[in-house]
Write a protein that binds this ligand. Structure first.
Ligand code: HEM
Length: 526
């Protein structure tokens, strides 16, 4: 048979299969979405900023729910808050599981992580209960002194080496979470445990690369014998999974050895190590505690702070750097871009604090600062597509079938940039959350939904408040000037992954009064 005849047969088969899939979808009353071929919709998912593409599809199909096909299963993407809360919050008893992550979970031997545990697994309830005990609004009051002390270290760092602001912010977030999880004091910016976290996040990024591994689309491939040509993905997952295991094992071993030696700072590990009520055996208790502590470490380390993004190149004021940054750095970028908003926030801080260091009890007296924090979180959602949920029963919504096992993605970015909720959504405008006609509060969705909602949200919010308020009280953030004397516009370029980070940008951080700040820091130190 000639090549032309073969090509024609292949095209005819593909067309038949695609039409078949389209008819099947229509018959089952699934939500709309871009037409799938027999290879699914993989080709519709861009590798960068895919949350924008999903929102564009939702606009194009005039539907807040989209259906994309990933070979053996449907993925639904929820693009507005109304739909996401109706399903993931109000029907959370069936929408709180997680799909199987074949490379980073199953094949890497990491199905017990808190992030990936299915809601049907008895571990899920135990994990959530233990994390809640450490992170509930009452419990986090005990970390206030720690947050204040770490904020002082941050202010000192910004005073001494302002150009290293990313490293100072990173140290701040990691120091807090390492203390909460393990009772470990981070002493330098080049810490052994922090390096393990960054290496693990890098490897997780490799295994989670969208569209890279066929087994994510065709899970049956997980049975392909590892020695067969083309089965290298199995070896890769196993070997990276072993290296990633250092994340939950090394700091946990360190913390337990400190407790057993009787010289330790209180932490999640020390609080629970002698409690066996939640596990039938000692081994299981250790396994549960190590995964929970690691979840604190990853959750706190990869969202509030900054991290290294390997393979990404960027320059800040001429220096090559590979660091990317998150919520606090988004704040620096926005303040450099909006001096008038920064000034209004500072006036409120000066009036209320009168030169003293802000403490947690000042939060209720600073409405404009609270609005700035909400707007920073909305403007740059740090987990733009949330973490996928999975529905455990067939369900119906708005006339659509949502079949059991469907993977549900909440497009948090689309909710934050929904023109119906936020007129001119690209504009940074804290007054959205002030006055009589307040716009939708981003705290309702930015931390996720239902039984999977982020357990660290109160801790994160408290840290953001203390750091942002005290930075505004003591520093002026502005655009840097180049050698030609011209201001350099700080650019907002995002990385794509589970968490989105801003690429580094230049900015000028100037103390308002170095002498006053030094004396405030020395008084607090005494
Ligand atoms: C601004 C900071 C943060 C943001 C925006 C954020 C956002 C999120 C989101 C969107 C999810 C997924 C929720 C879902 O599946 O519906 C999540 C999960 C999670 N977060 Fe956070 N987070 C932040 C800080 C933290 C901190 C500080 C910690 C730890 C102290 C933490 C620990 C976790 C954990 C353990 C999960 C997994 C929960 C589960 O699967 O059951 N996060 N977070």
């Amino acid at each position: 048979m000639s090549m032309n005849a073969l090509d024609a047969i292949a095209v005819a088969l593909c067309t038949l299969l695609s039409v078949g899939i389209w008819r099947y979808r229509k018959a089952r009353r699934l939500p709309p979405g871009p037409p799938a071929t027999f290879l699914g919709n993989a080709h519709h998912i861009p590798r960068t900023e895919n949350w924008v593409a999903f929102k564009n599809f939702a606009d194009q199909y005039n539907s807040s729910i989209l259906c994309l096909w990933m070979f053996n299963s449907e993925t639904f993407i929820l693009n507005d808050y109304r739909t996401a809360t109706a399903l993931l919050d109000h029907r959370s008893s069936i929408y709180s599981s997680r799909p199987t992550f074949w490379m980073a979970g199953y094949l890497a031997g990491r199905t017990s992580t808190v992030f990936g545990t299915k809601s049907t697994n008895p571990r899920f309830k135990i994990y959530r209960t233990l994390l809640h005990k450490t992170l509930n609004p009452r419990a986090i009051r005990t970390y206030r002194a720690l947050q204040l002390a770490e904020c002082q270290t941050l202010l000192k760092g910004l005073l001494e080496t302002p150009d290293d602001f990313i490293a100072h912010l990173r140290r701040n977030a990691i120091a807090i979470i390492m203390s909460v999880a393990y009772g470990y004091q981070v002493k330098s910016n080049d810490d052994k445990f922090v390096n393990i976290l960054e290496e693990t996040l890098r490897l997780a990024g490799v295994l989670n690369t969208p569209g890279k591994f066929w087994v994510e689309f065709l899970p049956i491939l997980r049975y392909v014998p590892a020695w067969l040509p083309g089965a290298g993905f199995r070896k890769l997952a196993r070997s990276l999974g072993q290296t990633m295991g250092r994340l939950e094992n090394v700091p946990y071993k360190w913390a337990t050895s400190q407790v057993l030696a009787g010289s330790y700072d209180e932490s999640f590990v020390s609080d629970h190590i002698h409690d066996q009520s939640f596990a039938p055996t000692l081994e299981e208790k250790d396994d549960i505690l190590k995964w929970c502590a690691a979840a604190l470490f990853v959750g706190g380390g990869d969202t509030v702070s900054s991290r290294i993004a390997y393979g990404l190149k960027a320059t800040t004021d001429g220096r090559s750097s590979e660091k990317t940054v998150s919520v606090m750095t988004t704040f620096f970028l926005l303040m450099a871009r909006h001096p008038e908003i920064q000034q209004r926030a500072r006036e409120e801080v000066d009036t209320v604090l009168g030169g003293n260091m802000a403490t947690h009890s000042d939060q209720a007296s600073l409405p404009y600062i609270n609005a700035v924090i909400k707007e920073v979180l909305r403007w740059g959602p740090v987990v733009p597509l949330g973490i996928p949920h999975q529905v455990t029963e067939d369900d119906f919504y708005d006339g659509y079938l949502i079949p059991k096992d469907t993977r549900i993605i909440s497009n948090i970015w689309a909710m934050a940039y929904d023109e119906n909720e936020y007129p001119n959504p690209s504009a940074f405008d804290p007054t959205r959350f002030l006055g009589d006609n307040k716009q939708l509060d981003p705290l309702k969705y930015i931390f996720g939904f239902g039984r999977r909602v982020c357990p660290g949200l109160d801790l994160a919010e408290a840290s953001l408040f203390i750091n942002i308020t005290n930075i505004l009280a003591n520093f002026i953030i502005s655009k840097k000037r180049g050698p030609d004397g011209q201001e350099i516009e700080p650019e907002a370029k995002w990385t794509t992954g589970v968490t989105a980070h801003l690429m580094p940008f230049p900015c000028q951080i100037t103390p308002r009064s170095p002498t006053a700040l030094r004396s405030m820091l020395s008084v607090s130190a005494n």
